[in-house]
Write a protein that binds this ligand. Structure first.
Ligand SMILES: NC(=O)C1=CN([C@@H]2O[C@H](COP(=O)(O)OP(=O)(O)OC[C@H]3O[C@@H](n4cnc5c(N)ncnc54)[C@H](O)[C@@H]3O)[C@@H](O)[C@H]2O)C=CC1
Ligand SMILES: CC(=O)C(=O)O
Length: 371
């Protein structure tokens, strides 16, 4: 198979979808790897390192897209990339289609075979979302602590406090991978931490692993309102896989927060879980203030720590990329029902229910496509 590795164009997106090690693996399996010039530089991989591993470097993005049977990326395509796709091309990347009607339309019109990292399942987990959720959860506390500093619009408090002075209250809505990793960092920095989740099993697990160092709370609007009001740092970390994020934190709740408090809505890539998050921000301009509260809503947080993130992401994606290249996408999906859950678009059809529902469009089950 001819595989194209595109250079990311999103603001400060420094990750790349394949490493030189991955290139070598694909080459040894008999595939051709085309890498866009400079694609790896943001993650510390020179063009020469890809050439040594067996790739061809292409300066012309259009030529790369024209030749490749499968495009491997990190982030969802942006409008300048929509035109580059061709019918039947496999796109293996994060897609986050539920909050993105224009991108969804473009993939349907171009009849792209869109396999989304974030909806692939293995043993009831999301193996290609998890590594970036680990990164983003840890970063959420780092950026939140920074935003709480006075020069960045915050109320001027240190997350861990100091002896004789209160530490900050961190409230995390959603205790999955992002939430757990955020809690690890926040506890480690000495903050008081509350995690809200709707799953009792998850709350039991969190209580066990944190040994009483976090408060666990059942998710309902009453409890969320009560804890949002007390939060110095609120972290949005909910997910309904492939669907638009539920707006669990209302505008009224945000107005109850003290001025200079901070919201980091990690769930922004699925549309955001906080009502006052009305825009996706970028690493160049990551925050805005609404009702006196600092809002951070960057949809590609791991892009800022690209070297760590590229290794973590490709450690997880590589085996799936190899299966798709070796067997062809249809046979690879037939052989692995968890991988089949990644198929979001095919031949002008939406094959993921949450995406079809979000856009009120027809849904075609994957089984029908694979039959
Ligand atoms: N902004 C960024 O750069 C990044 C964003 N993300 C996003 O972060 C979000 C969270 O991802 P993960 O932690 O991996 O998901 P996860 O599936 O591991 O965890 C989600 C948690 O939300 C909980 N939940 C669902 N509905 C809820 C409700 N009504 N109330 C309370 N809790 C509820 C679930 O029980 C689960 O524990 C996703 O949208 C993901 O795409 C992930 C990585 C990077
Ligand atoms: C999950 C995601 O959207 C990211 O890592 O950028």
């Amino acid at each position: 198979m001819i595989i194209g590795v595109a250079k990311e164009i999103k603001n400060n997106e420094n990750r790349v979808g394949l490493t030189p090690a991955g290139t070598e693996t694909l080459k040894k399996a008999g595939h051709t790897v085309l890498v866009e010039q400079g694609a790896g530089v943001g993650s510390g991989f020179s063009d020469e390192s890809f050439i040594t591993a067996g790739a061809q470097i292409l300066a012309d993005k259009k030529a790369l897209f024209d030749q490749a049977e499968m495009i491997i990326k990190v982030k969802e395509p942006l409008p300048p990339e929509y035109e580059l796709f061709h019918e039947g091309q496999i796109l293996f990347t994060y897609l986050h289609l539920a909050p993105e009607p224009e991108l969804t339309r473009a993939l349907l019109e171009k009849r792209v075979t869109g396999i989304a990292y974030e909806t692939i399942e293995r043993n009831h987990t999301l193996p290609l979302l998890s590594p970036m959720s680990e990164v983003a959860g840890r970063m959420a506390v780092q950026v939140g602590a920074h935003c709480l500093e006075k020069p960045f619009g915050g109320k001027g408090i240190l997350l861990g406090g100091v002896p004789g002075v209160d530490s900050a209250q961190v409230v995390i809505v959603g205790g999955g991978i992002v939430g757990t990793n955020a809690a690890k960092m926040a506890v480690g920095m000495g903050a008081r931490v509350t995690i809200i989740d709707r799953s009792t099993d998850r709350l039991v697990y969190l209580d066990d692993i944190f040994g009483g160092r976090v408060t666990t709370v059942m998710s309902n609007s009453y409890n969320i309102a009560s804890w949002v009001k007390r939060a110095d740092l609120l972290i949005g970390a909910v997910l309904l896989p492939g669907e638009k994020a539920p707006k669990l934190v209302s505008e009224e709740m945000v107005t109850s927060m003290e001025p200079g408090s901070v919201i980091v809505d990690v769930a922004i890539d699925q549309g955001g879980s906080v009502e006052t998050i009305d825009r996706v921000t970028t690493h160049s301009n990551p925050t805005y203030v609404k009702h006196g509260v600092v809002h951070y809503s960057v949809a590609n947080m791991p892009g800022a720590v690209a070297r760590t993130s590229t290794f973590a992401l490709t450690n997880a994606t590589m085996d799936y990329a190899l299966q798709i290249a070796n067997k062809g996408w249809k046979n690879a999906l037939k052989a692995d029902p968890g991988l089949a859950k990644g198929l979001n678009t095919y031949a002008g059809k939406i094959t993921f229910k949450g995406v079809a529902e979000a856009h009120k469009l027809a849904f075609t089950p994957v089984e029908e496509v694979l039959a």
